[in-house]
Design a protein around this ligand. Structure first.
Ligand SMILES: [Zn+2]
Length: 232
């Protein structure tokens, strides 16, 4: 993985999406002095079956802020699209393009954008956000797409060089996280309410460790996070 860059923006649908894998790589990058920000499309308010979304939204937002701080991310912004009902479209592309222009990252990080997941079919919110991330890279660079952004002071930014998609069924690159997996696990643990609401058969930490070992074995490392990389 090319690590010759300074700023990355992670754009995902839900609180905990970054923590299921990519957070260990984020911990590595911030330890190198890079600046990483998170942009959450929803507050994840539909994520806990037994709890009112009006209560869950602010709670998961707070957990996400804590999880981000654990891996050296100082800024988390939330767009407030409805959880479980994220629509791919111009509104989402404009919101992501605005964030890209504001932060001017060289790298974007997101989750699998494809219809197929590693097992079964990928979740609709993840597909919508992943596709919008790909398209927003172009939108961010073109003054005449969403002209209101430049009028509001967000000048075009064409400096995004690549988008990294975690949990892709077709990974192309790997990041060595042997020394950062523990930070990634601490970050996941911050999602206390969400994890408490999961069924007892699920073992998120075991899943993360297994995935890191599996991706590591593929890449000839002890522990890794794999990404499908799209270059621009
Ligand atoms: Zn998600």
């Amino acid at each position: 993985m090319d690590e010759d860059w300074e700023r990355a923006l992670a754009v995902v649908a839900h609180p905990d999406d970054v923590e299921y894998g990519a957070a260990s790589a984020v911990a590595r990058w911030t330890s190198q002095g890079k600046s990483v920000r998170y942009l959450l499309v929803t507050r994840g308010e539909a994520g806990i079956d037994g709890m009112d979304p009006a209560l869950v939204g602010p709670l998961r937002e707070a957990e996400q802020q804590e999880a981000a701080a654990m891996v050296g991310v100082e800024q988390v912004d939330l767009l407030g699209h409805p959880d479980g009902q994220v629509e791919y479209g111009l509104g989402l592309r404009r919101d992501i393009a605005a964030a890209i222009r504001g932060f001017r990252p060289e790298v974007l990080v997101s989750l699998n954008y494809r219809l197929e997941a590693r097992s079964g079919i990928n979740m609709a919110d993840h597909r919508a956000v992943g596709m919008a991330v790909l398209d927003a890279v172009r939108d961010a660079g073109n003054r005449w797409v969403f002209p209101g952004l430049a009028e509001g002071g967000l000048e075009p930014w064409s400096g995004v060089r690549m988008a990294l998609f975690a949990a892709s069924p077709y990974p192309t690159h790997a990041v060595d996280v042997a020394e950062h997996l523990e930070a990634g696990l601490s970050s996941l643990r911050c999602h206390r309410q969400y994890l408490a609401g999961l069924s007892e058969e699920l073992d998120p930490e075991g899943f993360l460790r297994d995935e890191a070992a599996r991706a590591g074995a593929q890449a000839g490392m002890e522990a890794a996070v794999s990404f499908e990389v799209v270059f621009f």
